[in-house]
Design a binder for this molecule. Structure first.
Ligand code: F0G
Length: 458
């Protein structure tokens, strides 16, 4: 008999979460102007807003917290973290930062000039933000398969080589200082990039003398998918796969809040000494001295341990299996989800779920709010509200996909929580024909409106 999957850990400490009633949640979400970011965490039962910094640390990581060396310069905790980063990535130079976007801020201050073009598979919002803030242009070279949520493709995070080469040939090459490969590709639904694609991209970039930087927030999950889905890698360890992957690039930025298994932190790791030297100036200005970069010693120690734990096969198998379990259960119920299920989240396809709500009334947001009201589950809209307005015309930009992301925090929720989420969504799906009206915006910020937008029910 094949034994069922079970977690490779047991629980040593628990945190209570609060249940509430539909009537309470209706009141709270109205007070929050139908913006899920405005809810207090105690008003949420299962929080799937993000998998960023919301996971559980292990006993070994907490033990490291007690060993933290808080010296301003040259602390033991920094050395531990540096040794881990160099060992895992093979990059010689390391700068800690307080989170992922801070790593982008420091590195891009060094590398991006006005008028530069930075292609990638699909940039995360903060990456795009840091490029556009410097008056550069971020170009997504996503493969077309990524836009069809029903189509199975093992590596929907792949870069379209033709699109990338077109960017290289149609622009002065000196305007393209580097490309970014985001592993896994958050914007495309937590979809992985294959090693075959990374190798091909690396060859193309060598030909055109363009550098490659990884956005490595969820690199360990990406390496797990390579092991599972690429035959040539099935007998390699996750650590070996990661080492090879990084060897095709010139450096990486990372939000340690994901595959670092900590609640706060960021990493810059680099091959080139000159880039490192230039980056250290910005690191000191924005983050702190180069041996702490906005992190406390105890957090650096916990991160050094977390980086290795995230590379353990059993951990990754349980992580990805839990996300897939939820996705497959929803699929069984007929609930439209993006396929294949990504590494860190399940994405509901709101265009197929609630086509009865006009897109001008923010159907993905309407679905996210309904899920909160019915079950106390907080997801996040990845649709028109997030896509924001065109900077020139100020018209809404309607993206191809209207999604609700249910991001699963690491080592945090149980199998029963997944069952609860699936049942709640089945209930909503079964009465979807009644969904007619969405929301209208009553106030919005000029940029990054999704965090603070105020909505009213139509
Ligand atoms: N890159 C990727 C791929 C990310 O997913 C994130 C954050 C960042 C960079 C920025 O890192 O938050 O530490 O500054 N993603 C979070 C999310 C916010 O919910 O997906 P950060």
């Amino acid at each position: 008999m094949k034994l069922p999957y079970a977690e490779p850990y047991r629980i040593k400490m628990v945190e209570s979460i609060k249940k509430s009633t539909v009537a309470q949640r209706k009141k709270w979400i109205k007070e929050a102007n139908y913006n899920l970011f405005n809810l207090k965490s105690d008003q949420v039962y299962i929080d799937l807003l993000t998998d960023s910094g919301t996971g559980a640390m292990s006993d070994k990581q907490w033990a490291e917290v007690m060993l933290g060396d808080e010296s301003y310069a040259g602390s033991r905790s920094f050395e531990k973290l540096k040794n881990a980063v160099v060992d895992i990535t093979g990059y010689k130079y390391f700068i800690p930062t307080h989170q992922g976007r801070a790593a982008e801020n420091v590195l891009f201050s060094t590398l991006v000039k006005e008028g530069d073009i930075i292609p990638g598979n699909s940039h995360f919002d903060t990456t795009k933000g840091h490029i556009e803030f410097r008056k550069g242009k971020a170009v997504d070279c996503t493969i077309d398969a990524a836009f069809d949520t029903d189509l199975y493709h093992p590596f929907k995070g792949n870069i379209d080589l033709k699109k990338l080469e077109k960017v290289f040939t149609e622009n002065p090459i000196e305007k393209i200082p580097f490309i970014v490969i985001t592993v896994t590709c958050n914007t495309a639904g937590g979809q992985p990039v294959s090693m075959e694609n990374i190798k091909a991209v690396s060859a193309l970039c060598k030909q055109y003398k363009v550098a490659i930087y990884f956005d490595a927030a969820r690199y360990a999950e990406n390496c797990y998918f390579i092991k599972e889905r690429e035959d040539a890698y099935k007998n390699k360890t996750i650590k070996e796969i990661a080492y090879e992957m990084f060897s095709y690039g010139d450096g990486m930025t990372m939000s340690s809040k994901k595959d670092g298994l900590v609640n706060m932190g960021g990493i810059i790791a680099l091959k080139d000494k000159k880039v490192y030297r230039n980056a250290t100036t910005f690191a000191i200005m924005y983050e702190g001295f180069i041996t702490y970069g906005g992190m406390s010693g105890r957090d650096m120690g916990a991160l050094a341990v977390g980086l290795y734990e995230a590379l353990e096969y059993d951990y990754l198998a349980s992580r990805v299996t839990q996300v897939q379990y939820l996705g497959e259960k929803l699929d069984e119920f007929g609930v439209p989800v993006q396929k294949p299920i990504g590494g860190h989240a399940v994405y509901l396809d709101a265009n197929k779920f609630v086509p009865t709500i006009p897109k001008e009334e923010y159907r993905a947001q309407a679905l996210a709010v309904e899920l909160y009201i019915i079950a106390g589950i907080r997801g996040v809209e990845i649709g028109t509200i997030l896509a924001d307005r065109d900077p020139e015309t100020r018209e809404n930009r309607y993206p191809e996909l209207e999604l609700v992301r249910l991001a699963i925090p690491r080592r945090t929720y149980t199998h029963n929580h997944m069952e609860y989420i699936a049942s709640a969504l089945k209930t909503i799906y079964d009465s979807r024909a009644e969904a007619k009206n969405g929301y209208t915006i009553v106030w919005e910020a000029p940029i990054m409106r999704h965090f603070t937008v105020k909505l009213e029910k139509i």
